[in-house]
Design a protein around this ligand. Sequence first.
Ligand code: FAD
Length: 278
Amino acid sequence: MKPAPFAYHRARDVDGALRLLADLGDDAKVVAGGQSLVAMMNYRLARPRHLVDIAGLRELDRMERDSTGALRIGALTTHHTVERDPQGVLGRDFAVLSRAMEWVGHLPIRTRGTVGGSLAHADATAEWCLLTLVLRAQFVVRGPRVERTIPASDFFHGYYTSALAPDELLVEVVFPRPAPHAALTEFAERRGDFALVATAVDLDVVDGTVRGGRVGLGGVAAAVVRVPEAEEVLAAGGSFADCAAAAAAAVDPPEDTAYRKSLVRTLVQRACEEAITA
Ligand code: FAD
């Protein structure tokens, strides 16, 4: 399959990309790693008349800790850079991010696909969407006039839709708190496929005891979700098995309902057990 005809524009910097988006209007789409968008164009599921290529914007390819200890990841950082963590930025606080990357597609996809592209694409099973939700990340978004910050809890709106406006760029994701007891696990039909169900948990551990935590799921609704019912079990000192049962009881996946609920139960317990020993 080949895409419908389009005009190609290469942005030189963030301001230039924003100008192009403003000038070209709703017919334009940003392309970063192209690992999702180009496939959609080839299948004619997306037919942008203009592509604004941001892949050369090196200013958005960075991963650093700021003075507060928060982790800041530029939108053009690839999955593979996070997996390798070449500068040792993640440390134990954010090691969950590099461990989770092994679940994202295959190596060639991870070397091209970007963190920002994955989040903007807003797939309901994407590992990055789940991680940002559970780790309470903030999205830094620039538009033609203003920069705004959107909490992950407000970013994902439904099937492949997010809070991003067509003329906005996601420039950075900020993980404000260390998450030394976090884990992501999932089940896919074949290694490297998108998950049928994915889960991420971030446990609050004080003196070796779990005091609470966040539980997120992908593949059970139109967007990634947190599961308050399972989080209440953790806050009340319940077992991981009870937390997992509460998660399975709380969700109602639109497809393969019984099967996915049983996956939820298995995976949430597994993720909690991995997180406590992380
Ligand atoms: P692109 O494809 O370039 O863009 C995707 C969308 O995001 C487009 O709408 C684009 O306009 C928009 N966009 C990109 N960057 C920005 C930005 N900075 N600001 C605003 N909008 C932006 N992903 C997973 O999460 N898990 C998997 O298991 C997985 N398996 C895969 C298997 C295969 C075979 C393939 C081909 C892909 C797979 N992916 C998987 C997708 C991969 O992670 C992509 O890299 C990712 O979804 C999109 O990143 P990208 O940089 O390629 O974005």
